[in-house]
Design a protein around this ligand. Structure first.
Ligand SMILES: Nc1nc2c(c(=O)[nH]1)N[C@H]1C(S)=C(S)[C@@H](COP(=O)(O)OP(=O)(O)OC[C@H]3O[C@@H](n4cnc5c(=O)[nH]c(N)nc54)[C@H](O)[C@@H]3O)O[C@H]1N2
Ligand SMILES: Nc1nc2c(c(=O)[nH]1)N[C@H]1C(S)=C(S)[C@@H](COP(=O)(O)OP(=O)(O)OC[C@H]3O[C@@H](n4cnc5c(=O)[nH]c(N)nc54)[C@H](O)[C@@H]3O)O[C@H]1N2
Ligand code: SF4
Ligand SMILES: [Mo]
Length: 680
């Protein structure tokens, strides 16, 4: 008789982290379904959850450590691989100093303890050079909000009367968010979507404002202009809880609806409609900003302007508006206080001081140049885990060159990716179903234990890897915990919640009740304690003090050489960055990459559906088949290509040398390109 068992954990095929039941037969996973008692997903799952079984048991899964030799990759015992890596780290440190060593944590590992243990290792070893996918994700938005409100709040969709999705497409990117939005819409909330494309969510909208890429700031300022002109902003809130109103009121003057229309292509009447719809619903206006606005040269200021708009609507930390999440008390794994290393010159911190001040992140694009030029000092070794930057960072050719020129490059992954191929050592990693970690669902303020369901001998979990390496390079005392559960026990200790409680409650444990308007007693977590329409902190760093709108380059100086504006990275439901192309049923559904084009542009280029075109920017070029969209699905002059396809890698053309000046984010959503038909 087969031994059957069911275990609860969290899905991590994306960062939504839905609660799941995993069914096992004789220790082998046979099915996954939703675990209904968890408040986050209430039993619902998206199509990716079950594909975790295909991923874990995939025939191409790496199972043994590999070392690159002149005859290609050769298997090597795990302990020998770790010994050799440790020896090389020590000798590189001896020769070039500790800061020549770095690590990179990718999106696949999430953002809690897996990130912190990498940071801990680095500081214990003596180097500040921590890199992650957050050089191009999240921080742009986080900074925009933090500068104005002190933190990035979550939308309170279900109590909202007006929902605005700004450069986000939750039906593909955030399935649980979509459910909440649809429920609110049924209760009468008006949905506004700001997106150059008619995305899946834009199809559901009451108003779809198809802005030109990178012109969001003009639209926000236009809304602000209307609110002030019609005196429909929250005067009491503004007087008591904000600073800098006169300055922004003066700046907003020029953003008349007509000016905004010329800048953004959103009709002037629609600008007025948006402002009135928001004013009528205020303060129950819930705005969510996605990835769309942050991959631009003016991203943070455009996002900051939206955060200012919350202030004017009085929607900050308000029921039906945007709520500030409370964190759980916990022990901090990082060593930034015990061993501060800013004096060692973290890569990118001088150029993008906010990135280091707010997040202690180093800048991945600067790192590529540093590796290649040793400026301002040599960066010679990297341990990379849960990322595939040869596909996901801009300017892939340069990324490849940089990784190839390292003295030591170690990659931990489940598969032999384009990045892993460049490594000296490839180590098989445990998947999310093979490790134990905690996750916080900020929206419901619960903490949940994600549990190890199975394991493979050589596929180490993240903690075991850093622990074993630390003990080999003489910093073992910083990694005293014997296992992940022990580490979790230490992390959660100050919360008063125990590991046993988490084990007994797979539906999660609520760590703090949801409260609104906390600012009444606590103020805001900004330097002034108020909402900062104007930022003295930024001014002192040499930036403009208010979020001025700067038109994107393609508008300021249009290029005849590169006349099209390429948006990249619009999510597809089935694929996650460079992941899951190897899952057969997904590949059958979406078999190849395409460049999405307006029919007029296709006619201009003389191409039809399925023809191959060459897309070229100043950085590089790539070839890809054409998909002609309906005329209302994409703006004329714009193209869209989703990243993550090795057969058609759009990051061969994205810029790694044009940045948002505050976040350091690369320009990936208004890339000037030309398009030519390829005759094969
Ligand atoms: N299935 C799936 N889910 C994912 C991911 C995935 O790869 N696959 N990735 C995850 C990650 S790490 C992230 S960061 C999130 C991202 O989640 P979202 O931010 O929701 O990302 P997208 O679905 O790409 O939606 C971004 C939208 O912005 C629009 N856009 C582009 N440029 C502009 C602009 O200048 N202004 C405005 N207003 N809009 C613009 C695009 O057309 C697109 O529709 O998704 C997460 N979820
Ligand atoms: N042009 C363009 N580029 C973009 C974007 C865009 O919009 N446009 N979006 C950017 C954004 S927002 C992000 S977040 C980044 C993401 O970029 P990355 O962080 O590089 O994410 P992935 O490509 O998904 O790579 C994750 C890797 O981790 C591996 N993996 C999966 N599970 C595990 C695990 O449990 N342990 C370990 N060790 N490895 C695992 C996977 O096999 C995969 O190779 O991409 C960015 N790149
Ligand atoms: S939304 Fe889908 S992929 Fe993401 S955690 Fe939930 S079930 Fe998994
Ligand atoms: Mo991301």
């Amino acid at each position: 008789m087969a031994e059957r068992k069911v275990m609860q954990t969290l899905c991590r095929m994306c960062d939504d982290r839905c609660a799941i039941n995993v069914y096992l037969e004789n220790g082998r996973m046979v099915d996954i379904d939703g675990f209904a008692p968890h408040p986050w997903n209430q039993g619902r799952l998206c199509v990716k959850a079950r594909a975790a079984i295909d991923m874990v048991y995939h025939a191409d899964r790496l199972m043994k450590p590999l070392k690159k030799t002149k005859d290609g990759f050769q298997e090597i015992p795990l302990s020998r691989a770790l010994d050799e890596i440790a020896d090389r780290l020590l000798s590189i440190r001896e020769k070039f100093g500790a800061r020549s060593i770095s690590a990179w944590k990718g999106e696949a590992l999430g953002f809690a303890q897996q990130e912190d243990m990498v940071r801990r290792f680095l500081h214990a070893f003596g180097t500040p050079n921590y890199f992650s996918n957050d050089s191009q994700c999240y921080n742009g938005r986080y900074f925009g909000y933090r500068l104005v409100e002190g933190t990035w709040p979550v939308p309170d969709y279900e109590n909202s009367r007006c929902i605005c999705l700004w450069g986000a497409n939750p039906p593909y990117a955030h399935p649980n968010m979509t459910r909440k939005i649809m429920r609110a819409r049924k209760k009468g909330a008006k949905l506004i979507v700001v997106d150059p494309r008619l995305s899946a969510i834009a199809r559901q909208a009451y108003i779809h404002a198809a802005v030109l890429p990178g012109t969001d700031g003009a639209l926000v300022w236009g809304i602000i202009h209307q609110l002030i002109k019609e005196q429909s902003y929250d005067r009491n809130f503004v007087e008591q809880y904000t600073i800098g109103f006169p300055t922004i009121a003066e700046y907003a003057e020029k953003f008349t609806p007509e000016y905004v229309e010329a800048e953004t292509s959103v009709a002037s009447g629609m600008v007025r409609d948006i402002a009135r719809t928001m004013a009528c619903a205020a303060p129950k206006v819930a705005i969510y900003m996605g990835n769309g606005p942050e991959h631009h040269e003016n991203g943070v200021n455009n996002i900051r302007a939206v955060a200012c708009l919350y202030g004017l609507l009085g929607a900050v930390d308000h029921e039906g508006g945007n709520r500030t999440v409370e964190g759980m008390k916990k022990n901090n794994m990082t060593l930034y206080e015990e061993i501060p290393l800013r004096n060692l010159g973290p890569i990118g911190a001088e150029r993008f001081p906010v990135l280091y001040d707010f997040r202690q992140e180093c800048h991945t694009m600067t790192a590529m140049s540093t590796i290649l030029n040793s400026e301002p000092y040599p960066l010679r070794a990297m341990v990379l885990t849960g990322a595939n930057p040869a596909m996901t960072n801009p300017n892939s050719l340069k990324v490849r060159k940089a990784f190839e020129s390292l003295d030591l490059f170690v990659v931990r992954d489940l598969f032999m990716t384009e990045t892993a191929k460049l490594a000296d050592y490839v180590l098989p990693a445990a998947s999310f179903l093979e490790r134990t970690e905690i996750h916080y669902h900020g929206v419901c303020q619960t903490v949940t234990l994600a549990r190890e369901i199975l394991s493979y001998p050589d596929c180490q979990d993240e903690y075991r890897f850093w622990h074993d390496l630390a003990h080999r390079v003489g910093i073992g005392s910083y990694f005293p915990w014997q296992s992940e559960p022990e580490l979790v026990r230490w992390i959660i200790e100050p919360s008063g919640i125990t590991l046993e409680q988490l084990e007994a409650h797979p539906e999660g444990v609520n760590y703090a009740p949801v409260r609104y308007q906390k600012w009444k007693d606590e103020g805001f977590r900004t330097p002034s304690g108020k909402i900062e329409f104007e930022s003295r902190y930024l001014k002192e760093l040499g930036y403009e003090s208010i979020p001025e709108y700067k038109p994107p380059s393609y508008k300021r100086c249009p290029s005849t050489r590169y006349p099209y504006v390429l948006i990249t990275g619009a999510r597809k439901l089935l694929y996650y960055h460079s992941r899951f192309r190897n899952i057969k049923r997904f590949r059958t559904a979406i078999p190849f990459a395409e460049v999405e084009m307006h029919p007029c542009d296709a006619a201009d280029c003389g191409v039809k559906n399925g023809d191959t075109v060459r897309v070229t920017s100043r950085i590089g070029s790539m070839e890809i088949p054409v998909a002609i969209m309906a005329p209302n699905e994409i703006l004329p002059g714009n193209l869209q290509i989703t990243h993550g396809w090795k057969e058609a890698n759009v990051n061969l053309v994205t810029y790694d040398d044009r940045f948002d000046p505050i976040s350091g984010f690369p320009l990936m959503k208004a890339v000037e390109v030309r398009v030519e038909k390829v005759n094969h």
